[in-house]
Design a protein around this ligand. Structure first.
Ligand code: PAF
Length: 282
């Protein structure tokens, strides 16, 4: 396994591998790897010969400086974890300078409205930051396939749109959410939860599952009210939003149509830590 910190070295390495007909997979991450990331890498190996894993805490996608400062950075541990999976992994762990030169700013994107829903409403500039780094990384890595978790479902849809609109020659693969045995969606931010918040956080998925059951028999509006009330009774978790949205447009559902598919999306504060999750409803 090799660890590279320069985009020139990385693209030379990838060129050489492609010349020998290797298929390249790509798993972009911000590090603090957990089993969810490892499962993305394993899925990548089902389709590709060599997997590039980028580890880069991207400053332009953070709207909260404290969150950026405290985001866990555990490069040595991450590399050791990846080493247990395969030797055909290339870790790309660049500096801010390697990615942004001296210009740490986002490009401005239109994702046909997907960016104005949910996370886009609550995290100012977030998807311009994500679009900027993912476009940049895809251009550096030039993978055949890139793998993203469905925990960030809105991000996944936006990246598919980014690739389509910019004609980037890569296939984007969405992968199922990896959960702890208690149901909590795996996230690098979980390591920052206090013991009390960690014990309470499975309430999020429990509520999503019950919302799914209710959505089979009740309107989106009623289910949303029920979820809001459940969280109002919870002293440890603060609901930022719960939204039932159309899977394609990500717009809030007013009335259900049999031919459409829906998903419930949630963002919750557990103390200072912001957690997101979602569930397919039909
Ligand atoms: O999902 C993430 O970890 C990040 O948003 C990503 C895709 C690595 C871009 O920084």
């Amino acid at each position: 396994m090799v660890v590279l910190d320069s985009k020139d070295q990385l693209s030379n390495k990838v060129k050489a591998l492609k010349a020998k007909n290797n298929k390249i997979g790509f798993v972009p991450t911000m590090g603090a790897l957990h089993l969810g990331h490892l499962s993305l890498v394993e899925t990548a190996f089902n389709k590709t010969d060599v997997v590039v894993v980028s580890i880069f805490v991207n400053p332009t996608q953070f709207d909260n400086t404290e969150d950026l400062k405290k985001y866990p950075r555990t490069l040595d541990k991450d590399v050791a974890l990846l080493e247990t999976l395969s030797k055909n992994i290339i870790v790309y762990a660049p500096s801010i300078q390697d990615i942004y030169s001296n210009n740490v700013i986002s490009e401005s994107f239109s994702f046909d409205g997907l960016e104005h829903q949910m996370e886009g409403k609550f995290r100012d500039g977030h998807f311009n930051g994500v679009g900027t780094i993912v476009k940049n990384l895809l251009e550096i890595v030039t993978p055949d396939y890139a793998f993203f978790g469905e925990k960030d479902f809105q991000q996944l849809q936006i990246i598919k749109k980014l690739v389509e609109k910019n004609h980037i020659p890569v296939k984007i693969i969405g992968c199922k959410i990896h959960r702890e045995t208690n149901g909590l969606a795996m996230s690098s931010r979980n390591t920052r939860l206090t013991e009390a918040h960690k014990n309470e956080a499975p309430f999020i998925y429990k509520t999503l599952k019950e919302a799914k059951r209710k959505f089979g028999i009740e309107s989106a509006g009623k289910v949303t009210k029920w979820v809001t009330k459940e969280f109002a009774k919870n002293n440890l978790l603060d609901l930022e939003y719960f939204i039932i949205a159309d899977t394609k447009t990500l717009k809030t559902v007013k009335r259900k149509h049999n031919k459409n598919t829906y998903r419930a999306f949630i963002a919750v504060y557990a103390g200072k830590i912001r957690l997101i999750d979602n569930i397919a409803l039909n």
